[in-house]
Design a protein around this ligand. Structure first.
Ligand code: PLP
Length: 497
């Protein structure tokens, strides 16, 4: 199994190189040259398997330059007993007669990013041993909240790695900030910056691509790598849980063997839903892929018209991890749907960079319509749906999952499609206690973050996950704030070089 680039379809690299490099030199994203297949029998054989066994089966099809022992040790480390608070790792919970919720937030940071970021450090260190032996890997992350914490928790104390996270001082929720500044581990660093997420992101990009910084790291036996969502090593673990979900749908008798399931995904950077698309290409019976957006509905418009237009108002919503106007992973979808047409992808991505707008060909748009449906919902509507879903179905969702449930209900009402459905749930409601409590009560009580969580738990009987309730007693370790211009110096200070 080899990988190519969305902007140069003649390139060929092995999985370990794709994962170590993160992004191709031509600016494109790594994608598999061929899609491995799973038969219905393969999926049925997964039914009695543990999540670890299911993951080994799927990953071994993609990471063919990893030995079976390497894959075993990566997966067994990532999803070891005790790391996720469900022995199924990603369990299905019944919402109603037709729909199951795929809970992807049972990991150590209570957001679905754990599904990939618990595994990525193992994949990356295994891959780097092949592609760049004797170097320590330095992971730089700019975060708007969930990714930073999940990456810190994934890389903490992983031998041969260091991780440094920058977050916007005024741009993350109180719970998210506390999660980061109390991070344990000897190889971690966290720094607030004066500015917003874009400043943090541009600062990290600049350091990442600066050759003198790179040379200085190399002198010290260090090299940068990336944990962001365009790394193939973050996407491939996500394919696993859609295969796993189908096996569980079979086991629960929710689908007959071979019968399709629809999948609804609350979407930001298009990584999670793209993983579901790969599962479909592999042969998992998936009907419609339903893309759910908040008020930042650039993807709803794109998937229903074929024109991507990022020139629009940016809204700050109560589902912040979906507040995004450029969905990087879409590039991979376009590459596959266009028949691996790298010239077309370069053209569209060039237009996106220059004017913010591009329109795909009729052929590509026809395929989009075949595979995808899309919808969006504003905060007020989602808030009402969170309340109704709690009261009528007894399911308490977070704000991101609330967007997915809203779009799912709208989709069913508009189409009458009664296909069994899996809805991806991406965060614990307690990561966004204020918004969820407000939705359930219909008003915002005047309480601090922990008391909000307590009030929500008292009201609903849903337990606060231990990693969040324990934060109260953790020591704050990181208090540095720097100007965006001083990030480079911060990196040297944190690395001690
Ligand atoms: C990151 C995130 C998303 C968006 O996922 P993408 O893969 O970027 O589409 C949705 N919900 C939550 C809670 C997230 O943290």
């Amino acid at each position: 199994m080899l990988y190519t680039s969305t902007r140069n379809n003649t390139l060929r690299v092995e999985a370990s190189e794709a994962i170590t490099r993160g992004i191709s030199e031509d600016g494109g994203l790594f994608v598999p040259v061929e899609i491995p297949q799973l038969s219905l029998q393969d999926l049925q054989e997964m039914i009695p398997m543990s999540y670890i066994e299911r993951a080994k089966k799927v990953l071994s099809l993609y990471l063919t330059d990893f030995t079976p022992e390497e894959i075993d040790s990566c997966v067994s480390g990532a999803y070891a007993e005790g790391k996720f608070d469900s022995d199924k790792v990603a369990p299905l919970v019944t919402l109603d007669e037709k729909a199951e919720v795929l809970e992807l937030f049972r990991g150590p940071t209570c957001a679905f990013k754990d599904m990939a970021l618990q595994l990525l450090p193992y994949l990356l260190t295994t891959a780097a041993k092949k592609a760049a032996p004797d170097k320590q890997i330095v992971i730089l992350v700019a975060t708007s909240g969930d990714t930073g914490k999940a990456a810190l928790e994934g890389f903490k104390d992983v031998p041969g790695t260091r991780i440094l996270v920058f977050y916007p001082r005024d741009g993350v929720s109180p719970m998210q900030k506390l999660q980061m500044v109390t991070q344990e581990g000897a190889n971690v660093g966290v720094c607030a910056i004066e500015g917003n997420f874009d400043d943090a992101q541009s600062g990290v990009k600049k350091i990442f691509t600066d050759q003198t910084v790179g040379a200085k790291l190399a002198e010290n036996g260090l090299m940068f790598s990336s944990a962001n969502s365009i790394n193939w090593g973050r996407l491939v673990p996500q394919i696993v849980y859609y295969c796993s979900a189908y096996a569980d749908m079979l086991e629960k008798g929710k689908v007959a063997p071979g019968e399709a399931m629809n999948v609804v995904v609350p979407t930001g950077n298009f990584g999670n839903i793209l993983a579901a698309y790969y599962a479909k290409l592999m042969g998992v019976p998936v009907g419609k892929l339903i893309c759910a957006s908040n008020a930042n509905n650039v993807l709803t418009d794109f998937l229903t018209t074929g024109t991507y237009d990022r020139n629009r108002t940016f809204y700050t919503t109560m589902s912040p991890s979906m507040d995004i106007l450029i969905s990087s992973n879409l590039e991979r979808l376009l590459f596959h749907l266009s028949g691996e047409d790298d010239a077309a992808v370069r053209d569209w991505m060039g237009k996106l960079a220059e004017t913010g707008v591009y329109t795909v060909s009729d052929e590509v748009f026809a395929q989009i319509k075949e595979h995808f449906a899309a919808g969006c919902a504003d905060d007020e509507t989602v808030s009402g749906v969170i309340r109704k879903t709690y009261e009528e179905d007894g399911y308490l969702s977070d704000t991101h999952t609330g967007v997915a449930i809203t779009v799912y209900r709208d989709y069913c009402a508009a189409t009458g499609d009664g296909t069994p459905t899996v809805i991806a749930a991406t965060a614990s409601p307690y990561k966004f206690s204020k918004s969820v409590l407000t939705a359930v009560l219909g008003e915002t009580p005047d309480l601090d973050e922990f008391d909000m969580a307590g009030a929500l738990s008292d009201r609903t009987g849903v337990k606060i996950p231990a990693p969040l309730s324990n934060l109260k007693d953790k020591t704050v370790r990181f208090t540095t704030t720097c100007a965006a211009d001083d990030m480079e110096q911060q990196v040297y200070d944190m690395l001690g070089i």
